[in-house]
Design a protein around this ligand. Structure first.
Ligand code: HEM
Ligand code: CU
Length: 668
């Protein structure tokens, strides 16, 4: 009846596991209680959970990412604490725990922090930058989000019921096979990736179509803002690479449950098939993470230098080149696994070539700032911090692209330092910059500047303290994923790295403090103009927060910096006139997305525990929901022209009384 699920699954085997379960469970209970106490369930359900508005879905993605980031960073600090004290001793974590920690940390950071974060930013901003009212497939967008959330929920519940994988974030067989990992851990990993991965594939498709089909009149491809370009390339990478992940996860699952032997050494299998498949997804994934951040950096440098972006065309071509090349280098992830020297050399050279378009971009950002009128907004600080730091990571990457060098540092902490050096400045800094930059657009008030600078300071300094020592200790020969060691030379580095992790934790706390302080003072930070930074692209032409339909009238575009040109040429602050507006058709909210997500979660959970009847029920439920939704002919609402006019006029009046020009582009 309950498959493998027995009371044994509860975490009474160790105090640390109990603590983890208690924190997870009480966190969840606290949210439920708080919402009930504030009587916000109706609001939450009707306004947020069932929303198909791209802006709300985007915000929910980012909230999910931040919640998971808290867990990811705490796990990181726990690992650093372990290694700081584990010289000639066991430290405080048993090996099995340490293995779960690096596996969940890696899995969470990639799939449930970075992916939802960038997808959230894309969701909020891309339709507005395109001058569109929503994405091409709003309902599919909601499904994508709830699939991602279902995957995250599986990882979260693995803390309470059963255990997570100990096979690392890439789950290489044979260790992840049923022989070496008979428990449910790897199955949790497989199902979390499967479910959220389908969501990412759908997101990719959605934004490819949105970008190609929903641009405002006049916006040719070469007039799209840089963030749209990088998001577009990211979407293409998502749509083409995530299916490989889905396939490899299914194959590993079949190996484990049906004894298929795709990846075993006997019965005709070969684990190199796994390495190839997972990195055919995995390397493009790296660029899925960084490209949207590159887009943010491009927007931020131009706006806070008060200049046109330098080398727009070269940035577009560089982005496309990076996207294309990212599919041609995957084999550098297994240089040491016995390919011929020629094969290694080819992939080594291919890898180094990616540094060229990346270098082009760095120079474009620098030249944008040269002789600009620079404002050191926190988002620009993150950009500058990124440029300084990312170059170091890039150099170590080119180093490791030389196969003989890779043999030396393979599986050492040098590699750990390298990829954090790429991902933290290259992706996370960009997402933070995006939050600092676009927050007033979404919520209608600005973030506190002082705390924003503090967030940057702690993350920046913390990064150097936490990861530069790992380069050094890696060259001294310390392998990665080590629970304890006997070489006293390593310890000072590891203690420094622990302090760095503490700084980063302080940075994360500062971010939440910044949200709190800014919310508390929101009346003073209010922005009614919709354009607090004197922006250049169309998202600043909407009001803040934007009406559900974004643009009362679809703007006409003549330039890359569409809004900038409009501001030069016309009076955007004139009073809205009745008869100026048409009625607007918008999709209605629907619970179908949440319900499909919930069924997927149940499906995953049931399959992990071999509760096959429940898995069948959940699958049928999800399919039934999809069919019911597809038969719904009343999925749209009409907002009449009178309502649109009233909304616009009220906003205009409010801005007039507050003495702020309502430069919201409604009359474009
Ligand atoms: C916030 C600061 C962070 C710290 C202090 C930190 C620390 C660590 C540590 C100690 C490990 C284990 C290293 C080992 O193999 O010995 C690790 C692994 C890893 N981290 Fe982080 N990390 C941080 C942020 C991130 C971020 C933002 C990402 C990605 C978005 C990330 C992705 C990974 C991955 C993929 C692994 C490999 C997991 C594995 O070995 O399977 N980390 N990190
Ligand atoms: Cu790679």
């Amino acid at each position: 009846m309950f498959g493998r699920l027995t009371l044994e699954a509860l975490p009474f085997y160790s105090p640390i596991a109990i603590a983890g379960a208690v924190v997870t469970f009480s966190g969840f209970a606290m949210v439920v209680l708080l919402v009930s106490w504030k009587r916000q369930w109706r609001y939450l359900w009707f306004e947020w959970l069932t929303s198909v508005d791209h802006k709300r879905i985007g915000v929910m993605y980012i909230v999910l990412a931040l919640v998971m980031l808290v867990r990811g960073v705490i796990e990181a600090v726990m690992m650093r604490a372990q290694q700081a004290m584990a010289l000639n001793s066991e430290g405080y974590l048993p090996p099995e725990h340490f293995e779960q920690l690096f596996s969940t940390h890696g899995t969470i950071m990639i799939f449930f922090v970075a992916m939802p974060f960038l997808t959230g930013l894309i969701n909020v901003i891309v339709p507005q930058q395109l001058g569109a009212r929503d994405v091409a497939f709003p309902f599919m967008n909601s499904v994508s989000f709830w699939l991602t959330a279902a995957g995250a929920a599986l990882v979260a519940i693995s803390l309470v019921i059963g255990r997570f994988s100990t096979a690392g974030w890439t789950g290489y067989p044979p260790y992840s096979g049923i022989g070496y990992s008979p428990g449910v851990g790897v199955d949790y990993w497989i199902w979390a990736l499967l479910i959220s991965g389908v969501g990412s594939t759908l997101t990719g498709i959605n934004f490819i179509v949105t970008t190609l089909k929903c641009r405002a009149p006049g916006m040719s491809l070469m007039k799209m803002p840089m963030f749209v370009w990088t998001s577009f390339c990211t979407s293409i990478l998502m749509a083409f690479s995530f299916p490989a992940l889905t396939v490899v996860a299914i194959m590993l699952g079949l190996d484990r449950t049906l004894g298929m032997h795709f990846f075993t050494n006997d019965m005709g299998g070969n684990m190199m098939n796994f390495a190839n498949l997972i990195w055919i997804w995995g390397h493009p994934e790296v660029y899925i993470l960084v490209l949207p951040a590159f887009g943010v950096y491009s927007e931020v440098t131009a706006v806070f230098s008060k200049k046109r972006l330098f080398g727009y065309r070269s940035l577009v071509y560089a982005t496309a080149a990076i996207a294309l090349l990212s599919f041609t280098v995957w084999l550098h992830h297994f240089f040491t696994m016995g390919s011929s020297p020629n094969v290694n050399a080819v992939f080594g050279i291919a890898t180094m070539i990616i540094a060229v378009p990346t270098g082009v971009k760095i120079f474009d950002w620098l030249f944008t700032m040269v002789r600009g009128r620079i404002t050191f907004h926190p988002s620009l600080l993150f950009t500058i911090g990124f440029i300084l730091t990312f170059v170091i990571g890039g150099i170590t990457g080119v180093l490791m692209a030389i196969p003989p060098v890779d043999y030396l540092v393979h599986n050492t902490t040098f590699l750990v330092a390298h990829f954090h050096n790429m991902i933290i400045p290259g992706a996370l800094f960009g997402y933070f910059a995006g939050v600092q930059y676009w927050f007033p657009k979404v919520f209608g008030f600005k973030l506190n500047d002082f705390w924003g600078k503090l967030v940057f300071f702690f993350w920046f300094v913390g990064f150097y303290l936490a990861f530069m020592p790992l380069y050094a200790v890696g060259l001294l020969g310390m392998p990665r994923r080590l629970v304890s060691y006997t070489n006293p030379d390593w310890q000072p580095f590891l203690i420094t790295a622990f302090c760095g992790a503490g700084f980063i934790l302080a940075g994360l706390c500062s971010l939440f403090m910044q949200f709190y302080v800014s919310y508390r003072d929101r009346e003073n930070n209010r922005d009614l103009t919709g354009d607090p930074w004197d922006g250049r692209t169309l998202e600043w032409a909407t009001s803040s927060p934007p009406a559900p339909y974004n643009f009362a009238r679809i703007p006409a575009v003549t330039d890359v910096d569409a809004f900038w040109v409009m501001k030069q040429n016309s009076d955007l602050n004139s009073e809205p006139k009745p008869g100026h507006y048409e009625s607007i058709v918008m999709p209605k909210n629907t619970g179908a997305g949440v319900i499909i997500g919930a069924f997927s979660f149940v499906l995953g959970f049931a399959a992990i525990w071999y509760i096959w009847w429940l898995a069948a029920v959940a699958t049928l439920g999800a399919i039934a929901m999809l069919i019911i939704r597809s038969c719904n002919d009343h999925s749209e609402d009409v907002i009449s022209s009178a309502v649109v006019f009233k909304t616009e006029h009220d906003r205009w009046l409010l801005a007039q009384t507050k003495g702020q020009p309502a430069c919201d582009g409604k009359r474009l």
